[in-house]
Design a protein around this ligand. Structure first.
Ligand code: CU
Ligand code: ZN
Length: 202
């Protein structure tokens, strides 16, 4: 006859291996195979519900770098098929000016270098906004009229307000010259004259 002590020892010895067996058998159990993904989805929905609502709008207030008197706003609104970009900028010289999203929203250096290069998470080549091969941040050019005012509007398929292509916290940059949409790595757009950080809006 087995003693009380023996039972206890046996129980202690078998418990870990029983647990191990359950873990090992788990993927082979049809019932659990079905419930596991549901559990994961339920947890994901629960996590999502606790989070803030997804960002659908963002804005950048643009100010001149160094002695440049450029100013204006750029708004971003999530729409069907992409993000609508609307820019209203003043204080430019007449003509085209390279217009990009740069990697960082840091506009503190007078030459704009603190904003880094073009926002390019996929390590693509520089291009124009309608090119298949482009940086996410390649928005082409603003075109200022004789008074130095520029309006820009496009629905862009690449930039986003969430995920890998999210422009939140990044920098909007305006250049002294026209972006030729092909020269590497930045379209030969010249000096950085105005900059603004993209911030989530309501
Ligand atoms: Cu740029
Ligand atoms: Zn680029």
């Amino acid at each position: 006859m087995v003693s009380g002590n023996g039972d206890a020892d046996q129980s202690a010895a078998t418990t870990p291996s029983t647990q191990l067996a359950v873990v090992v058998r788990f993927p082979g159990n049809i019932h659990h195979m079905k419930t596991l993904p549901l559990l994961v989805i339920a947890l994901a929905i629960g996590t999502f519900a606790v989070r803030a609502e997804p960002v659908t709008k963002a804005e950048a207030e643009v100010h001149g770098l160094g002695d440049n008197k450029v100013s204006g706003t750029v708004t971003f609104t999530k729409v069907e098929g992409g993000v609508r970009v609307v820019a209203e900028i003043k204080g430019l010289t007449p003509g085209k000016h390279g217009f990009h999203v740069h990697e960082k929203g840091d506009c503190t250096k007078p030459d704009g270098s603190s904003a880094g290069g073009h926002f390019n998470p996929a390590k693509a080549m520089h291009g124009g906004p309608d090119d298949a091969q482009r940086h996410v941040g390649d928005l082409g050019n603003l075109e200022a009229d004789a008074d130095g005012n520029a309006k820009y509007e496009r629905v862009d398929k690449m930039i986003a307000l969430e995920g890998e292509n999210s422009i939140l916290g990044r920098g909007i940059m305006i250049h002294a010259k026209e972006d030729d949409l092909k020269s590497q790595p930045a379209g030969e757009a010249g000096a950085r004259i105005a900059c603004g950080e993209v911030k989530a809006g309501k």
